[in-house]
Design a protein around this ligand. Structure first.
Ligand SMILES: [Zn+2]
Length: 369
């Protein structure tokens, strides 16, 4: 993280100031908020988030959108001519409400709703200051007022998208699953989230049957919503891709054939290899003893790190597979989101520009932004 890339992140501060999150400046529309004074940024180097680099760029931002990209200006708000500027980063998978409570534990025992709400605000601020201007929360109902507070400008944070709920009950009938999707939409979900496999701490085997996955993905499409499918087992990944889900998260047990299938079906693939497991291990005493965070679960987590790394190296060899950037940030990980990006480059061997494109324009596309 403490690399040249980190310096580039620092130089995003001006973009953060306006929450500008257009990953392709040329494609961005001028904001309606033209009454505000435009912000003009001089960039020594501009990385546009789509794979191109421009020297001595001048970026004009009106409202929350980049309205112009040129090479000269009369007036400069922020002079970053010694720095590199890139679009605000996007994380497609965080749990913005998760935090360590008063007792230092991830279980948050004895907290009031007000204390929990403040932790959501703290996580939002930490991620914004780390260069993330949009995050998608695999969510809970308290994300809804947090999203509204950020959107209205009352609270500093990245633009927030949320699933509001997560489907984990494997006993639901296909019709009950469709009802779950409709309730999520009615209660304000931007995205639907279902668990189609166990946690990696329990081996990751498929949990929802193929027809349950198909019911969820079909109803999400019918409602015009995206759907994120948690799946470690290859069988669950295949069912999700064949059902037309938007994205598969994790995919730790996939093979070349599954990567080919996702590529052919246009399924976004969100591996999480560089932050979530490492954060659990670094904070082991804060998780140990809660639910499936037992010694056996930690063994699965530790053993999974090299397996997920080799899976990622395989996945990025599939040039037609859309590998997006999500961290699965839980308690302790918010604000460290860029570790996933640097790990992919430094340890996973992904070209740096591919990683930057993933965390900016490809993620924007996957979120429908
Ligand atoms: Zn997650």
């Amino acid at each position: 993280m403490r690399t040249r890339f980190a310096k580039a992140v620092v130089a995003t501060k001006a973009l953060l100031a306006t929450n500008a999150m257009c990953a392709g400046a040329f494609l961005c529309m001028t904001s309606l908020a033209a009454a505000q004074q435009p912000i003009v940024i001089r960039a020594g180097t501009l990385i546009d988030g789509k794979g191109s680099v421009q020297r001595n760029a001048v970026i004009t931002i009106e409202g929350s959108k980049i309205s112009r990209l040129g090479d000269r200006t009369e007036h400069t708000t922020y002079d970053f001519s010694r720095f590199t500027v890139l679009p605000g980063m996007i994380d497609t998978h965080v749990h913005i409400g998760e935090h360590f409570g008063k007792d230092g534990r991830a279980s948050n025992a004895g907290e009031t709703p007000a204390e929990q709400a403040l932790s959501g605000a703290e996580n939002a601020y930490a991620m914004l200051m780390a260069g993330f201007t949009t995050v998608q929360s695999i969510g809970r109902p308290s994300d809804v007022p947090l999203r509204a507070a950020i959107a209205s400008g009352r609270l500093a944070g990245p633009r927030l998208l949320t699933s509001v709920y997560q489907l984990t009950d494997t006993r639901l009938t296909p019709e009950e699953i469709r009802q779950f999707v409709r309730k999520s939409v009615a209660d304000g979900a931007d995205v639907i989230k279902i668990f189609a496999s166990k946690s990696i701490r329990e081996g990751g085997g498929q949990t929802l049957r193929d027809e349950q996955i198909a019911a969820a993905c079909g109803e999400a499409r019918a409602q015009g919503k995206r759907i994120w499918v948690h799946a470690h087992a290859a069988s669950a990944v295949r069912a999700a891709a064949l059902s037309g889900c938007t994205a598969v998260a994790h995919g730790s047990q996939i093979t070349d054939a599954d990567a080919d299938l996702m590529a052919a079906r246009g399924t976004y693939f969100e591996p999480n290899i560089g932050l979530v497991s490492q954060n659990y291990i670094e904070n082991k005493p804060r998780f140990l003893g809660i639910g499936n965070y037992d010694e056996a679960g930690f063994k699965f987590t530790e053993d999974g790190i090299p397996l997920k790394l080799s899976m990622f190296k395989m996945a990025i060899r599939h040039k037609d597979l859309k590998v997006i950037m999500g961290t699965d940030a839980v308690a302790g990980a918010h604000g460290q989101n860029a570790r996933e990006v640097t790990y992919r480059v430094q340890t996973g061997g992904q070209p740096a520009m591919d990683a930057i494109v993933a965390v900016t324009s490809l993620n924007a596309e996957a979120l429908g932004l």
